[in-house]
Design a protein around this ligand. Structure first.
Ligand code: DX5
Length: 221
């Protein structure tokens, strides 16, 4: 496995939406440093989740690093409200951006880390020109929109290609995977070069989410 610092990032999409702050505390006490908040608008993806107000309250309730994944159309209209709400990392989808570079620079102007995500059908090379400005490149390993889907191993070639580009460019850019991460697929993604591995149902769908997190984190270390 490449010698990289790797982290499991639990996704709140599979947590109890009536007790999000409690579930965040649970995984923070288990050692999680960051948590992903999945924002869906019912247009970019066929599902609807949360807006800036929820991010704002979770930011007040917790010291965790908030990784906010925007699966929305027209992200430029919403990056300021989410940045002001307390997002530490804002990841938008390349497919939703008319001018991806401008969006990345806008996020960074708001003193927030900038990430760019690609859907399964989008090739990795669309991110290559952005790597010199990105803090995080996200390869979706499922079609975005729902938790509990099956990991797509064919996405690992994109992870390897981005790993090589990031290493060649000597850039401090995280390489994230999201979707279908569990005890079997986490190892595959880590070996391909991922440094941030988002896990929803494998953590919050487990009888003991804290232990499930620890087991996944130990596996990829
Ligand atoms: C899906 C979200 C993911 C999802 C992952 O569109 O972006 O973060 O919560 O859930 P699992 O790990 O269950 O596939």
């Amino acid at each position: 496995m490449p010698n990289l610092k790797r982290h499991i990032v639990p996704s709140l999409l599979s947590a109890n939406f009536a007790h999000l702050a409690r579930d965040m505390k649970l995984i923070q006490e288990a050692g999680a440093e960051s948590v992903q908040i999945d924002v869906m608008d019912g247009h970019f993806v066929p599902n609807i989740t949360v807006g800036p107000i929820v991010v704002e309250w979770l930011h007040k309730e917790s010291s965790m690093f908030l990784d906010v994944h925007l699966m929305i159309e027209n992200p430029p209209a919403y990056i300021e409200p989410f940045a002001k709400a307390g997002a530490n990392l804002l990841t938008v989808h390349w497919e939703a951006c008319k001018d991806p570079v401008a969006v990345v620079r806008e996020i960074k102007k708001l003193r927030t880390k900038a990430g760019m995500a690609i859907r399964p059908k989008t090739p990795a090379d669309v991110l290559f020109p952005l790597l010199k400005e990105l803090d995080c490149a996200l390869v979706m390993t499922v079609e975005p929109g729902f938790g509990g889907q099956v990991f797509m191993p064919e996405m690992l070639d994109k992870v390897r290609a981005l790993r090589k580009r990031i290493d060649d460019a000597r850039r401090p850019c995280e390489l994230q995977v999201d979707g279908g991460i569990n005890l079997r697929t986490a190892k595959l993604a880590a070996e391909a070069g991922a440094t941030l591995l988002v896990a929803g149902s494998a953590v919050f769908g487990a009888p003991d989410p804290a232990q499930a997190f620890r087991d996944l984190q130990k596996l990829i270390q």
